[in-house]
Structure formats: C-alpha cells, structure tokens
Design a protein. Sequence first.
Length: 188
Amino acid sequence: MRKVILPSLAKEQVTYLISQADNIRDKAIIRLLADSGIRLNELINIKPDHIDFETRTIIIWRKGAKQRKAPFTTRTLHLLNEYLSTTNNGRSNIWGMRRRGIQIMLYRLEKRTGLPCSPHTFRRTFASNLHRSGLDVEHIMMAGGWKSPDVVLSYTSSVKFEVGPGPGWIRGVLNLTWLILLSTVAFN
C-alpha cells in the first residue's frame, strides 16, 4: 500500500484563504486553525474564558478530559478581538457554530479558492510551518498535542519537497503535488 503525502499550505496560501473568507468569524477560525494546529473538536469547544489574550494561548480540552495550552500569533489575537467584540458570547462556544457548520464553511472556501481547506489540512500546515522554522519533532509534538512522532513525521515529510530555486517554484511544486495526489486518488 502506497502512502500518499497529504498537502499542507504555504503561509501565502493561508493568507489568501483568509482574504477570501466571508466574514471576521471565518477569518478568525482559519487563522486559529493554522496558527495553533488545534483539532476541529477542540475548536468547537472553545469558550471565551479559555482564551488568555495576554499570553496568546487557549486552553484546549483533549480526549480523556486532558488539557493543554495552544499558542496563537498576534494576527490571530487581532482577529479574535475583532470578532469577539461584535458577537454575543452567550452561546455554547465562541463561534456560534457546530462541527458541521465549520466543515461546510471550509468546504465552500475550498471550492471557491481551489486550495485544500479542511481542519486537518491546517493541522498539517501547523506542523510543517514549525518544521520549516527549525523546530524539532519532539517540540512540534508538544505544541500540537500529538502522542506519536510518527504522525508529526508524516505531516512534515512534504516539507523537503518545498525547497527550490525561486519563489514561484514552491507554488508550482505544491500545485503539481496536489494534482498528482488528486489523480492518484481518482484512478485508484
């Protein structure tokens, strides 16, 4: 059985997806997924008091009633502040959406942009970006809440294909890789 390397996104692609999102809530969701590597289940369980704006972390409740802190960037901080200042926080989560609603929003964005746009794509993107910046597997595991280095290694294995002679080369390789993956899936 062949293992397919699933896509992660370059920073420019994440920025493009955010620019194409319909509203500030969707932009905040995408930025948070890409910046923190949190799972969809973790995302939908975020409540206002889970967010520490000072340390730029969110308390995440994982499987087995375990918790960890997920960091986020200043860009996410600004989007979260803007979104939370315009919404009623009396909901079950800060997004006012269920799991399926977020999946549909991301699916529509994928169809509109042609870029892979699922919670797991953002999780792979998170791991790959940390790897690109020089973080080792053990620290990526801790940051993303993974239990096994095998998962991190499989997520970051595509990073070695994203280095090339010029800036346009990365986009070309990603597009080519994505097309090969699609054709492999379509014909098997």
